[in-house]
Ligand binder design. Structure first.
Ligand code: ATP
Ligand code: MG
Length: 504
């Protein structure tokens, strides 16, 4: 017979009480009412926050976007094929965040900052909110340092400053991406960290860009965020915010960053798709009413931080594709009004063989001139004026048969200056080279050459300076064209012109 010993029982109970340490955790769980087209409607998540991450049973992550009185509309970040009606959904209590860190440099990631380049996991340093607030007025200072693109037309006439937002706008296939990629290539050695966000592009185009960046050793200081045309609309919509969050990590550490959003038209289309599926009321061009906010909250994150905040900066180059050169459509006008200027690329100019096809007449930069380097200011004013006069003359010279000598000279100068602005892809020029090039053109040293010889002459001249006039480059490293530098430049031009003509 078993005898019950009270001491034993009480000791067991005492042990149990001593080790009683239950975790009380409340979880907000809802039920899927309806799922499809990348959207889920959920019942029962009463305390969910707007933008909160949700976990579905099949592992799909969603974001709660529409908080309605009787249900929650969420978008899925994934196919969501395993989600069934009636299955449960857990709210995580976290607003969408992504990991960030130094190890992201050189990598290709998706909109959730997961690596997609097959080079293994990325060790993050911390996390940042996808939708972080933009720095306030007190935390900023005005733009004063140049962001060199390496393109003569831009650096001389539409200068961009660090912390500026400059729109690149144009029809399809006019070289918008090329301008942006050249700018990244030109940042080599300048300490600027570049983030290239590809939204809704062909996977092959993005692969080509990554290859170009790797071949030119530009991946060391770059991050590519890619959501291609076949990705869910949600991820295409999020990708630009991911790029901004990655750049912010570096900006708040006092670094200079450059973010390219290629392109925001596709992001707006993805957002329209999402919004229509969520049954938000469509407005102009069927975009939802808050499409302006979509872009303004993104672009406001670009900033030049104050000295107290470490002087970091984020320069944004958003890209917008127009249809038939129509800049007055809804999305282009929105983004034009948010940015500090635009670089306008036009199909006519591109087809006429002038590349980069920048229409200097209608491109502007509203804050960058404060950041232009002195040497550039010294030579660029004349270039702009001569080109403007040339554009005017050219239009009416087509009708006049006999022109006076002065007009003919001006036309000849203009033709050569236009040649001078042509630049091949992936060949950005340094400031001293650009100054030498513009100086040569604006002071008439090209007037005697055949227009078709201008480009080979200038390429040769720059090489000649690099080989024989190192002092010029040394002086220009201070970004000022001193009288001595000008003298050296003149010498180089006359010496090289002689050699060039002799070789002909
Ligand atoms: P999409 O609308 O497809 O995005 P895009 O406007 O971004 O096009 P790019 O892809 O940059 O244009 O360029 C279009 C074509 O023009 C490409 O084949 C590119 O190689 C060529 N191109 C761009 N810039 C130059 C240049 N400076 N010199 C010569 N070719 C160029
Ligand atoms: Mg492109």
């Amino acid at each position: 017979m078993v005898k019950i010993r009270p001491e034993e029982i009480s000791s067991i109970i005492r042990d149990q009480i001593a080790s009683y340490n239950q975790d009380v955790k409340s979880e907000s769980v809802g039920t899927v009412l309806q799922v499809g087209d990348g959207i889920a409607r959920i019942y029962g998540l009463n305390n969910v926050m707007a933008g909160e991450l949700l976990n579905f049973v099949d592992g799909t992550v969603g974001i709660a976007l529409n908080l309605e009185s009787d249900n929650v509309g969420a978008v899925l970040m994934g196919s969501g094929l395993g989600i069934q009606e009636g299955s449960s959904v857990k709210a995580t209590g976290k607003i969408a965040q992504i990991p960030v860190g130094d190890k992201f440099l050189g990598r290709v990631v998706d909109a959730l900052a997961r690596p997609i380049d097959g080079k293994g996991a990325i060790v993050a340093d911390s996390e940042r909110l996808l939708e972080a607030g933009a720095p306030g007025i007190i935390d900023r200072r005005s733009v004063y340092e140049p962001m060199q693109t390496g393109l003569i037309s831009v650096d001389a006439m539409i200068p961009i400053g660090r912390g500026q937002r400059e729109l690149i706008i144009g029809d399809r296939q006019t070289g918008k991406t090329a301008v942006a990629i050249d700018t990244i290539l030109n940042q080599k050695g300048s300490g600027v960290i570049c983030v290239y966000v590809a939204v809704g592009q062909k996977a092959s185009s993005v692969a080509q860009i990554v290859t170009t960046l790797s071949e030119q050793d530009a991946m060391d200081y770059s991050i590519v965020v890619a959501e291609n045309a076949d990705s869910p609309a949600t991820l295409q919509y999020l990708a630009p915010y991911t790029g901004a969050a990655l750049a912010e990590y570096f900006m708040y550490k006092g670094k200079h960053t450059l973010v390219i959003y290629d392109d925001l038209s596709k992001q707006a289309q993805a957002y329209r798709e999402m919004s229509l599926l969520l049954r938000r009321p469509p407005g102009r061009e069927a975009f939802p009413g808050d499409v302006f906010y979509l872009h303004s909250r993104l672009l406001e994150r670009a900033a030049k931080l104050s000295t107290e905040k470490g002087e970091g900066s984020m320069t944004a180059l958003p890209i917008i594709e127009t249809q038939g050169g129509d800049v007055s459509a809804y999305i282009p006008t929105n983004v034009i009004s948010i940015t500090d200027g635009q670089i306008f690329l036009s199909a006519d100019i591109f087809n006429a063989g002038i590349r980069p096809a920048i229409n200097v007449g209608i491109s502007v930069s509203r804050v960058g001139s404060a950041a232009q380097v002195k040497a550039m200011k010294q030579v660029a004013g004349k270039l702009k004026l001569e080109l403007a006069q040339f554009a005017e003359l050219e239009a009416f010279a087509q009708f006049a048969s006999d022109l006076d000598a002065a007009t003919q000279a001006q036309l000849a100068r203009g033709v050569r200056l236009r040649e001078l602005l042509k630049q091949p892809q992936s060949a950005p020029l340094s400031v001293p080279d650009q100054v030498a090039t513009i100086y040569t053109g604006c002071n008439g040293y090209l007037d005697t050459l055949e227009p078709s010889d201008v480009r080979s002459f200038l390429t040769g001249l720059r090489q000649y300076i690099a080989d024989n006039k190192k002092e010029y480059l040394d002086i220009l490293s201070n970004n000022v064209l001193t009288p001595e530098a000008e003298e050296l430049l003149k010498e180089a031009i006359s010496e090289y012109t002689e050699a060039f003509l002799a070789s002909k």
